[in-house]
Design a protein around this ligand. Sequence first.
Ligand code: HPA
Length: 245
Amino acid sequence: MQTLGIIGGSGLTRLKALQLHRQEFVATPYGEPSASLTFGELDGSPVVFLPRHGASHSFPPHRVNYRANLWAMKQAGVERIVGVAAVGGITAAMAPGVLCIPDQVIDYTWGREHTLFSDDLDSVTHIDFSEPYCEPLRQDLLRAARRVGVTVHAGGTYGTTQGPRLESAAEIRRMEADGCDVVGMTGMPETSLARELALCYASLSLSVNWAAGKNDGPITMAEVQSHLDQGMAVVLKVLAAAAGG
Ligand code: HPA
């Protein structure tokens, strides 16, 4: 069985259900990953877990060393990775609590180390990114969700903002006009770096709030936290099923 790599986001800094085998710190040419890699089993299936924001949630989205994280996973022999993300829902179908497996991404971030091809012009590779996510892994996730009776939204465009602040209502209106269904802060450059490393990468995105201006009043962290707590239990079920094949 091919090991599943899992990059956990907010609400998933630890995989409680993981049967732990070992932890390994992987040094990379791009600096330190967010944490040591955790090797273990989810329901008897091998996984390698990495908390995107660090073991004690110390790296905000614009400070995550995405290059080191993806490189470390590759170095560990992982070939398929699910990036778990908490997102805001923009379009009507993406209500808080909904799980989405996006099929497109738009990058609104800036100033992040976003490529492995920054130094040597001779080796610059212009990767194809027409379909940014790995379709076989998206299908695996959809099948896994079906197997465990979890409803997921199959598709959607993930707009990645810089953060750490949330968006203005006008920014969300613009993103909706651009075609975004959900908004999060970590989708890029994680997705494109995975492609640069020829890794099979898909996103499992959990809506934890209505995006700015889509609901009455401000976005509260209490609302976000309650959807994170409930939703991550469901995310875990899908991940365990996906790890099994
Ligand atoms: N915007 C950006 N990132 C997010 C949001 C949001 O509304 N919710 C969770 N992550």
